[in-house]
Ligand binder design. Structure first.
Ligand SMILES: Nc1ncnc2c1ncn2[C@@H]1O[C@H](COP(=O)(O)OP(=O)(O)OP(=O)(O)O)[C@@H](O)[C@H]1O
Length: 718
């Protein structure tokens, strides 16, 4: 453990047990090189009779898993197509204390994630109470509290192009109090990187055989690698590290070891153990089938099945509990596997049971413990007409545990001499600022992050080659067009083609980038990292220039190769129009990405919208049917085409006898006026109006994207 020292953090009301007035943050900012004092000690988190139900919409397809509590037959629900209400947490009671690790185990779908979502404040619940150090946490306090609880979700969501250090650094700058100096924040990141490494290191010197695997895992070594390149175990550490930066008292982890090999999993559990033992953090983690060593290292175990608790207590006593039900764990068998065997009801097991019953000889020659155990497990499934799982659910005394939790809460109240100590904490939560950093800090940090991310995401060799190759290809297709009557149509088609390609490109890349980014934003915002407006402004200002470089590169190559118009200023002005249409296209992509959460549906809507806007752009169809004429007002293709063509035909076009323009009457003498050409090409409105409409589209659709994102509630499952 690093030595304790010196300054306290701003808003450190969470450390109520240490008491004391609000810390002096000025001192913190002045002594920028000082190390930061970490809070020791977690909180007693208790939950009693927690209940959560979800409405399952009848999609008329597929089966509904799990236990169905009651059909919802109200006319309202029928109208909405809701047919059933499923109980996913059924009167769950339990507790976690400082310095302890509570492990949640249960088969897939048993409600582990749902419970962690509720306890971390990321998801609402329909009944029961959650208390912190004995006092009920109200809904309003929960909203604030969730920013003080580290929640490491199953998915490690990051911007993959950033390095590990970047990720931790941006998190530190967004989530640590703005009163901290830059040096303090950087020091904190270094400390976290070292902490996640040194715990492992200590472990490794005691376990020489694991040194090689450990080296693979060290976070220090990969601190400057991009997240895309690091291993699953390292990603998990980055995830944990990002959450630990804020020095939370309660750490909740959803299957932190999933996808890791056993060595990495054990090493990760050591880190949690150290956090619990040395820093007295309260740790709750779900876990799938841990090894025996890890299983017995947990302080408490909660077994879940179909949203019900089937056991809550120490891992050792869990074996006694199942033994008392006649379900003893065979000698030498992994206790965690045994519990899972009891809880998993698998149709394959039933089939196997039938097969074994019909062919007893399969069993006779078997001397392997595996098959015997399997058979034993099968036999348990059919115990007296009920499944073992059901037996375990029925035999657990929910009420007794709930009463114990209530008594513990009363005890905490009595210990505080009848004073609701937490009221002070809860009211200080309410008074706390929603964000640790200012809007401006958030904006600048996010601009920096976005620039770094978009630079690596947009300026890939492939993208540069794409822009260059298409530029050369178009330059060759429209190569050095003479400025005469015969090329009027080709000149306008050059613009329409260029815009179509780049507007579609920006629409789709903005749309495709958004689903991943959206999940990260929801995750970061649920822990109170920044204002949505700061994110949006940062994204708009930082990514727009990056997004424009590739089309600009294309224009430079293709424009001069094709000789559209030899005026430099016409090149600048028409390129600016094309780039504006790219920004408008990006806005449309962002809007659809924000409004339609389903990626497949979004792609369909996007394709239909894009093609519709292009069709009414005035190039392919001159006489657009009146019922769809309104769509033309929303088409960036149309405005950009209109403006560019007007710019390019800046002087009368010499007739060349090709007979393209009626005004030339098939002669190769004389000129066709600009207005005649624009009429021939079906161009509408003035250049200024078209440019103004592109700006309006770019801004209004982007604002709509912001509100679409704002109104979308973060998906609990993200
Ligand atoms: N919003 C929801 N709508 C419908 N069903 C839901 C919703 N949230 C959870 N469920 C259902 O609740 C049950 C419990 O889900 P949960 O993700 O908590 O299980 P789990 O134990 O974490 O599973 P796993 O180990 O596979 O992650 C599942 O059957 C799931 O389908």
């Amino acid at each position: 453990m690093p030595p304790e020292s010196i300054t306290k953090r701003e808003n450190d009301t969470f450390d109520l047990e240490n008491g004391g007035p609000k810390p002096d943050i000025t001192a913190a900012s002045q002594k920028s090189t000082m190390s930061i004092r970490r809070t020791k000690g977690g909180k007693h988190l208790r939950w009693c009779r927690l209940r959560k139900e979800v409405e399952i919409k009848d999609s008329t397809s597929g089966l509904i898993r799990g236990s169905i509590a009651a059909p919802a037959n109200t006319s309202e629900s029928k109208k909405k197509g809701i047919t059933t209400v499923k109980t996913i947490l059924n009167d769950i009671s339990g507790s976690a204390s400082p310095g302890e690790i509570l492990a949640l185990m249960g088969p897939s779908g048993s409600g582990k994630t749902s419970m962690l979502d509720v306890l971390s404040g990321r998801s609402a619940y329909d009944g029961g109470t959650i208390t912190l150090d004995g006092e009920v946490v109200t809904d309003r306090v929960m909203k604030k509290l969730k920013k003080r609880v580290a929640y490491v979700k199953q998915n490690d969501l990051f911007f993959g192009h950033l390095t590990v250090r970047d990720q931790l650094m941006y998190t530190a700058f967004l989530r640590l109090p703005s009163a901290w100096s830059k040096a303090q924040k950087i020091g904190e990141v270094d400390r976290i990187i070292k902490q996640l490494y040194s715990v492992l290191y200590t472990y490794l010197i005691c376990n020489v055989s694991l040194i090689w695997s450990g080296l693979k895992l060290r976070l220090e070594k990969c601190a400057d690698s991009s997240i895309n390149m690091i291993s699953g175990g390292e990603k998990k550490r980055v995830n944990i590290g990002s959450e630990l930066l804020t020095d939370p008292s309660i750490i909740i982890l959803d299957e932190p070891t999933s996808g890791l090999d056993s060595t990495s999993a054990v090493a990760l559990m050591r880190i949690l153990e150290t956090l619990a033992r040395d820093e007295q953090k309260t740790i709750i983690t779900s876990i799938h089938q841990p090894s025996s060593a890890v299983f017995f290292a947990f302080d408490k175990l909660m077994l879940l099945a179909d949203g019900n608790v089937v056991y809550f207590g120490t891992p050792e006593e869990s074996l006694e509990h199942v033994k008392s039900l006649g379900l003893e764990c065979p000698a030498g068998y992994n206790a965690a596997d045994h519990h899972m065997d009891l809880l998993v009801v698998d149709s394959a097991i039933d089939d196997e049971h039938d097969a074994t019953a019909n062919h007893p000889e399969v069993d006779q020659g078997d001397t392997h413990g595996g098959l015997r155990r399997r058979k034993k497990s099968i036999e348990r499934q059919v115990l007296s007409g009920t499944t073992t799982k059901q037996k375990l659910i029925d035999s657990w005394d929910h009420e007794a545990v709930a009463k114990q939790i209530e008594a513990a809460n009363e005890d905490a109240f009595a210990k505080s001499h009848g004073v609701r100590q937490l009221s002070r904490q809860q009211s200080s939560f309410m008074m706390e600022k929603s964000f640790n950093s200012t809007w401006w800090t958030q904006y600048t940090v996010l601009v920096h992050r976005s620039l770094k991310n978009s630079r690596s995401a947009i300026f890939t060799t492939l993208n540069l080659v794409k822009a260059g190759a298409i530029g050369v290809m178009c330059g060759l297709m429209w190569f050095q067009m003479p400025y005469t009557e015969a090329t009027v149509f080709d000149r306008s088609s050059y613009y329409f083609f260029s815009m179509t390609f780049w507007v579609f490109d920006s629409m789709f890349s903005a749309y495709m980038a958004f689903p991943l980014e959206r999940s990260i934003i929801f995750k970061e915002r649920s822990s109170g990292s920044y204002h949505l407006s700061a994110y949006f402004m940062a994204k708009t200002t930082s990514e727009a220039p990056a997004r424009l470089v590739l089309p600009a590169m294309y224009m430079i190559i293709s424009y001069w190769m094709s000789g559209v118009n030899n005026s430099f200023w016409i090149f600048i002005a028409s390129t600016a129009c094309s780039l504006l249409s790219v920004l408008a296209g990006e806005s449309i992509g962002l809007f659809l990405g924000a409004a339609v959460l389903d990626v497949e549906k979004g792609m369909v809507i996007m394709t239909v919208t894009g093609l519709g806007l292009m069709a009414v752009g005035g190039f392919f169809v001159r006489t657009v049917p009146s019922w769809i004429l309104w769509l033309g007002w929303l088409s960036p293709f149309k405005y950009s085409y209109n403006a560019s063509v007007q710019l390019v035909f800046d002087e009368p076009v010499p007739c060349d006898g090709s007979g393209v323009l009626v005004g030339c009457e098939g002669l190769d003498t004389g000129y066709a006026s600009e207005s005649e050409i624009l009429e021939f090409l079906g161009v509408q409105f003035s250049t200024g109006f078209n440019v103004a409409m592109l700006i309006v589209l770019f801004i209004t659709v982007r604002i709509m994207a912001f509100f679409a994102l704002k109104t979308k509630k973060a998906d609990e499952r993200m």
